[in-house]
Design a protein. Sequence first.
Length: 572
Amino acid sequence: MLSNQIIQILADGTPHHITELANAVHHSPQQLNTIWQQTAPHIRGLLRQKDGFWRLIRPLAVLPETQEHDFFDIRVLSCTTSTNDELLQRARDGLPIHRQVVVAHEQSAGRGRQGRVWVHRLGECLMFSVGWSFMQEQAQLGALALVVALSCQRSLQALGCAVQIKWSNDLVVGRDKLGGILIESLRQNHQTHTVIGVGINFVVPKNLAYTTSLQAACSRKMTAGQVLNQILDALHEDLNLFSQQGFIPFQAAYQAAHRDHQQEICILQNNEIVETGTVLGIANNGALILQTENGEKHIMSGETSLRLPEQIAQNPTVQAALKTRYLLLDGGNSRLKWAWAENGIITHTNHSPYRDLQILQQEWLKMGGDDVRVVGSAVCGLAKQAMVAAQLPHVKIEWLSSMKRALGIYNHYQNVEQHGADRWFNALGSRQFSQNSCVIMSCGTAVTIDALTQDNHYLGGTIMPGFHLMKESLALRTANLNQPLGKLFPFPTTTANALAGGMMDAVCGSLMIMHSRLKARMNHATVDVIMTGGGAGKVAKSLPETFILDNNVKIVDNLVILGLLNWLENQS
């Protein structure tokens, strides 16, 4: 793509004349603005133009295809499944990978430890893999990840970034994660071929919590090429030494760089606490030495994770591991909906008007217990929340409000405290059904129509009366319109039918206008429609056939509840 060629040139953050850019893409300078409009939205706004020069307000993790290093062969790819996959496949094919480096600007299947997905957008993350072949067996290379983490830590520190290591191989600044390392290997032809995958946040979007970036954490600006070469310099020395002498030469330096040395920590496995104690140090084989109540223990990395006690207290995922069952509440204006969920799956749903919630109490007596976490979203007001609480005596109910960010979604509502929790959790629930930009309509007592971009910006939306409120308003304010609603016709010829058609047209029109606005904002990319609420089916049937055929329209029951469950299951 021509716009990506321009990004490669501008990624260093310095000014470049439009003549240079035009020559690079073989177009005239007058065509550059049109080409630039093809860039991703998160990059497009970084451009500044002055006196014929273009520059980005900050460097990006985008490298030129000509990137070189004295000791490694570098290959730069625009996109791949995973840089690790590129080198692993090469090794399986019997081709050499020693000192081979693959850099990718985008990965469609990037991954971290324990199968976690590595989330990124173009230019935000420096991602590369290094091939290195050892004569030792795989079992003798257990501390390799620690050595690589130390190489990265010392390299970044030399560039003015106060980085530490969280055992075993996370790069952190305080409690915020800067990067990670994934090492995969195979034994072939009497050698262990290792692929060292490194991911370092170069720029962190606003909607990611507990993360930091080189741009935020370093005392001076640097290019992705400078960072890569600094790390490769360190790996050239450290991997040679490790192959000859093992971990012992690195042991003291690693311990000094370890953030949690002599701190109380918890060891997790599958989100369950398996050990707690004080870190005494790092063993010769890279194991964490932990002083526990039952004595000194050596913890190998494997499928374990390290957390500070205060992180455990603030981590709903770990807390939820002890409570895998949920009672999820959706406190709407006119009735309460609820669902029972276990291990991420909804097992039972029900609903009732607030005046008769005894069935909720009956279900709690049958299915509730100390292991059930009760979490809800409410727009019904405090009085109705109290009615719910009265049916669940001595049970803690966590009523959640709207948030500034969650699950990677950034909330642009000016005053989050005034934002309806139902609208927020509808947005979180919508990501179970669409990863595209989408319009989310909830049709109940009120009709809300909200916009969510493909790159996870919740833009807000509109609120209008629902069908019953519209009818009540007409009955109250007009002399001759207090009558039953009729049926829907394209051209109503009775007052009753005109009322029904007018209300439906108002809702459908509002939905289609929002869809048109969002589609225009996203440069006519795909915009899906997610509908929920009691009136959703009726609205879907009334939308123009061409609109239904041209767009992906889905009706989803209990979207708020699904949003609550999505939030609970994906806290980190």
